[in-house]
Ligand binder design. Structure first.
Ligand SMILES: Cc1ncc(COP(=O)(O)O)c(C=O)c1O
Length: 383
């Protein structure tokens, strides 16, 4: 028998309080759901679970009637890839509004699909400015306009409703693609009101599931655009024209296998959606806002400043300025090793300059805010 070398004992994994940019803390009900017996991907009970997931996704997205709301097998980036791959045809004109890492990723994804990509960039840590977008849109004929709702790399909330209103002023409204990875389930997202045509999220943020699925939505207009494509969707795994045959009963009422669904992950998502709806959307959003206010005033109390202006701060992703002379990595190391708390570093141009403290889903509770504040103060004193 071969000797097993260096196998980490999963029974003694450390319990780390996840207060970074995701994944967030997972509640016991979701761990329980993940461990339920695996059913077949065409089992009638599982098909019912799938239907409930679709329905609840539509409710939380506030998707208009006739929308398609399904979870994709893959993390948030699979949703981004799917949104562009299904809606872009080579040569289509795409405008990406960029003020952080995930706007840049959108540009990369759309470019790889041979779209004609134009960008409008804003300083990281500040929001997209609608007046600038208006100028960019004048005399343009974009097929798609894309923006990140909650820019996790900076902690900024972008004005998605205002951008949507600008699209209405155009002779022909482009498709509106909005990244809801960090906002979904933690703050208002209203696909109907904002006339969003494609949206996607991830399970590991405000839904507090482990990473692995992407709640995805297409408006009736986007579904129609997909049906009218001249070319095949250039990505087999994320081709929504095929995925719908598994997620929705076709003509004969039968579901057609596409790929083996990640059954137990879907149990986790099913439970997460139920928990959000049982708490109620407004109460869930209020809990995120309250945890955020508690954190902001606690940080001020220990002499720390927020990086983003109050007017556009996200409740679930808090960027905090690293004080001069403090080694930010040393502080994070102390938080992880001495206090069993994970927070996030800054990315790209913000590396070394900010910490990112997540208050997402199950993490967004007063006791966690108190714990991180006390640990942060002690760790900074020592650093
Ligand atoms: C706004 C945003 N978009 C996209 C992604 C990509 O998601 P994932 O890392 O789950 O693939 C993230 C991840 O943090 C994100 O915050």
């Amino acid at each position: 028998m071969g000797e097993v070398i260096g196998m980490t004992d999963l029974d003694t994994l450390p319990e780390i309080l996840l207060m970074g940019p995701g994944p967030s803390a997972v509640p016991p009900q979701i761990y329980h759901a993940l461990s339920r017996p695996t059913l077949g991907h065409l089992d009638p009970v599982f098909l019912t679970i799938m239907d409930e997931i679709k329905e609840n996704l539509g409710t939380i997205y506030k998707a208009p009637a006739g929308s398609l709301t399904i979870p994709l097998s893959g993390t948030g980036s699979s949703g981004m890839e799917a949104a562009f791959a299904n809606l872009v045809e080579p040569g289509d004109k795409v405008l990406v509004l960029i003020n952080g890492v995930f706007g840049m990723r959108m540009q990369d994804v759309a470019t790889r699909l041979r779209a004609e990509v134009d960008t409008l960039e804003f300083e990281w840590g500040t929001p997209v400015i609608p007046a600038e977008v208006k100028k960019k849109l004048a005399n343009s004929n974009y097929d798609i306009v894309a923006v990140v709702h909650a820019e996790t790399s900076t902690g900024v909330a972008n004005p998605v409703a205002e951008i949507s209103a600008l699209l209405d002023e155009l002779p022909e409204r482009p498709l509106y693609l909005v990244d809801c990875v960090t906002s979904f389930g933690g703050m208002e997202v209203d696909l109907k009101k904002w006339q969003v045509d494609a949206a996607y999220s991830g399970t590991q943020k405000c839904l507090s599931c482990p990473p692995g699925l992407s709640p995805f939505a297409l408006s009736p207009k986007a579904v129609q655009r997909l049906k009218n494509r001249k070319t095949k969707v250039p990505n087999w795994y994320l081709d929504v024209t095929m995925l719908v045959n598994y997620w929705e009963a076709g003509g004969g009422g039968a579901r057609v296998y596409h790929h083996t669904a990640p059954i137990n992950m879907l149990y986790g998502l099913h439970t997460a959606l139920r928990l959000v709806l049982e708490e109620g959307l407004e109460k869930t959003f209020a809990r995120h806002r309250e945890a955020h206010s508690q954190l902001v005033s606690g940080l001020a109390g220990i002499g720390l400043e927020m990086f983003v202006d109050e007017s556009c701060r996200l409740p679930m992703l808090n960027s905090v300025k690293v004080p001069d002379g403090v080694d930010e990595a040393k502080v994070r190391k102390s938080l992880r090793e001495e206090f069993q708390i994970e927070i996030g570093p800054g990315l790209g141009p913000l590396a070394g300059k900010i910490w990112r403290i997540g208050l997402m889903g199950y993490t967004a509770r007063p006791e966690n805010v108190e714990r991180v504040l006390s640990a942060l103060q002690k760790s900074i004193e020592k650093a």
